[in-house]
Unconditional design. Structure first.
Lengths: 148, 148
DNA sequence: GGTATACCGTTGGTCAAGCCAACGTTGGCT
DNA sequence: AGCCAACGTTGGCTTGACCAACGGTATACC
């Protein structure tokens, strides 16, 4: 495709959506090649940074819906990358803990995703990449703080 | 939600995908309030800029799948915003032409979308918005030119 | 102490987007 | 004439994001 339509291209929303599609596809391909999914990385990363947490906490930190978190944690448990145990202090909760294997997996996914970022942002310099990330982060912050 | 996880936030792919979600929602809400969809604007804009064209051409220029284009053109025809006529020079083709009402509609949607852009990019200055649009356009160009 | 209220994990389902395969029709090429 | 490519159209598939509701549990308030 040779997308034109200046009116379309001038719309940030359109650019973001289209770019997101490419990003999404690249991520899915990259992670798919090692039998993982984006959600796996998100959850492992959250557990690694914040330590063991309830599924609700994981859900909040990753922005993944509670119901979807259940399925993802199931998959991670099956792969022995995390452990799910009832919280003795609050029996409503399950405490999810990342395992050593989970940490190794996280590093593997980190590597894969770094390569994907490179591919995605190929035409941009290092400075420009930082710019883009900074701008997007600000936009995202604005909307997540006031609405979500 | 109070999304943290620096590892996640540092990934451009993640930022783009999340931001895209907000953008998509805002666009859907904005256009929904005047009973339109993103695809409508895309098609009307393409027809306005390039003149009458076959559905295949519209499809290419907007990046909308051929099969989805059929449905969208149907809707636009129902609203008398475009006309679909067989091409006498090539009977495989339908020539889609925007009507005067279609142009008025396009301007209406343009207005709505401008407001949506404002809302989406609220935390950014005008210069920063141009920066963001420029960076995204370059990323998008890179991937659309080499992969289809 | 008992009741209402809020939270947690889980199940099940919805909805729209983006795709893809296939078909009949038509055009172009050789 | 015969083959291949393009077009419009139908139908369906997959996935991500989301929502509603439930039983079970903790907390707050009276």
């Amino acid at each position: 495709m040779e997308i034109g339509a200046t009116r379309l291209r001038a719309k940030a929303s359109w650019l973001i959506n289209k770019t997101s599609l490419h990003a999404h596809r690249l991520v899915a391909e990259g992670l798919g090649s090692v039998d993982a999914r984006g959600y796996h990385f998100a959850i492992l990363a959250a557990l690694d940074e914040y330590g063991p947490a309830s599924q609700a906490a994981v859900s909040q930190r990753t922005g993944i819906d509670r119901s979807d978190t259940v399925a993802m944690v199931n998959e991670l448990v099956d792969q022995r990358l995390v452990v799910r145990a009832p919280d003795p202090d609050d029996r409503r909760r399950n405490v999810i803990t990342i395992t050593p294997a989970g940490r190794r997996r996280l590093e593997q996914l980190e590597t894969v995703l770094s390569e994907v970022q490179d591919e995605l942002l190929a035409p941009l310099s290092a400075a420009e990449r930082r710019q883009l990330v900074g701008l997007l982060a600000r936009v995202l912050d604005h909307h997540t703080s006031q609405s979500g």
